[in-house]
Design a protein around this ligand. Structure first.
Ligand code: CTP
Length: 400
């Protein structure tokens, strides 16, 4: 999908360490079909080179009022640049640039373009946590919002100073998603809230050992990624998984056990439009969890197990208007078993995957799915990546 096809995006880069991520930002925008031009403040050239940016954007990069050609000096027309753009994105926006913008100062080309541009302006702040939290910076951002600019949130995490907290520039893909939503307000899942369970659960035997399964979380994370791309707000409740996902519309909740997953589901389920249970929840947990590590010399003959609560069944039995989708992982009598789960757990649809299919199931990047609707309609799909499977699943949900 060319989500930014034909859109003209002017990227303004100011001088902060996060500028090193702007080549990825330019590439992501170009990949989605946008035409990109870049203006830089002089100090941003210490962090990223104009050559890299002009190569990726396929356009000249400007940073001065006068073109740097001594034989043929000419004016870099800031008014024309602003008029060209459908959106002016300033990323990273340092505290200095934010303050200059709020005050209407005009001592570099980026600021001159900002003051003359009539297009929507998106601002991705980036600075150290204390600078970000400083009242003067907060006030500048409020002022800029008051002028109608879109001030994006910042990320929370490691900062160049070695400190940890709020102030990181949003990741390039998150900035891109904001622009995609801006240009595509009618995305198929815009305005929908989706709850997805993912990954395995680990049921503790003692503080170091657990009962679990081989689930990697890949299918659940792929569903979340596609839902976000289609404009949804996603609550992803995941057991231990190495998968990563970052997005302004994503709430990622990490849990360990089935009980914790159920607890989180109960918090959010009432308020969602769609819920998809892709987690491989452990069906059994140790009847007792030892508080200290079990010692080898003492030996152990058996671990007594007791069933966990079925998270999906809980959602089925307390369903109001939600569309509820489950998964069935089977090794025999696949269709029959999946249909039985569909009706027993009161679902609108169930995604069947068989461990008998090569390249499908746990850990691998591909899957082969069959979607069974509550009205017994059945759609079979060939082997494809889990991301493509996620698209097929949402197409089925949207057909409901
Ligand atoms: N599920 C759940 N909570 C559990 C067990 C399963 O939410 N305690 C959900 C899974 O996320 C999946 C569906 O139920 O969407 C079916 O899971 P599956 O393991 O295929 O089947 P089970 O219901 O556990 O039955 P069985 O193990 O007997 O096949």
């Amino acid at each position: 999908m060319s989500l930014l096809g034909g859109k003209k995006i002017l990227l303004g880069i100011s001088g902060g360490i996060a500028a090193y991520k702007t080549p990825l930002l330019v590439r992501a925008l170009v990949q989605l079909g946008a035409e990109v031009k870049v203006v830089m403040t002089p100090s941003s050239k210490d962090f990223v080179t104009p050559l890299t940016l002009s190569t990726l954007s396929k356009n000249a990069v400007l940073s001065t009022f006068i073109a740097e050609d001594q034989d043929n000096p000419s004016w870099n027309d800031h008014v024309a640049l602003g008029a060209w753009a459908d959106v002016f994105l300033i990323a990273p926006a340092t505290s200095n640039t934010l303050s200059a913008m709020a005050q209407g100062r005009c001592n570099n080309l980026l600021l001159a373009v900002y003051l003359s541009a009539k297009c929507p302006v998106f601002i991705a702040p980036a600075m150290d946590l204390d600078m970000y939290a400083h009242p003067s910076n907060q006030k500048n951002m409020k002022t800029l919002e008051g002028y109608g600019n879109h001030v994006l949130p910042v990320g929370d995490g490691f900062l160049a100073s070695g400190l940890e907290g709020k102030g990181r520039m949003l990741e390039p893909n998150q900035i891109v998603s904001n622009l995609v939503s801006f240009f595509n307000p009618k995305l198929p899942l815009q305005g929908k809230k989706i709850l997805i369970t993912a990954g395995p659960t680990h049921e503790a035997i003692d503080p170091v050992r657990y009962v679990g399964n081989h689930s990697s979380g890949k299918m659940g994370f792929a569903l979340a990624e596609v839902a976000l791309e289609m404009g949804a707000e996603v609550i992803l409740i995941s057991g231990p998984s190495a998968e990563k996902l970052n997005h302004p519309s994503l709430k990622l909740i990490k849990i360990v056990s089935a009980e914790e997953m159920l607890h989180q589901v109960k918090k959010y389920y009432d308020d969602v439009d769609i819920a998809i249970a892709a987690a491989a929840v452990a069906d059994f947990k140790p009847r007792h969890t030892a508080s200290e590590k079990l010692k080898k010399q003492e030996g152990i003959e058996a671990i007594l197990l007791t069933p966990t609560e079925d998270v999906l069944a809980f959602m089925g039995h307390t369903k109001k208007n939600q569309v509820l989708i489950g998964f069935a992982l089977e090794t025999e009598n696949e269709l029959e078993n999946a249909k039985a789960k569909l009706s027993k757990k009161n679902l609108n649809g169930i995604v069947l995957n068989s461990l008998r299919d090569k390249e499908a199931g746990f850990s691998v990047k591909t899957n082969k799915i069959t979607f069974i609707h509550a009205d017994q309609r059945i759609e079979n799909f060939p082997l494809q990546s889990k991301l493509e499977c996620a698209y097929r699943i949402f197409e089925q949900i949207l057909s409901l």
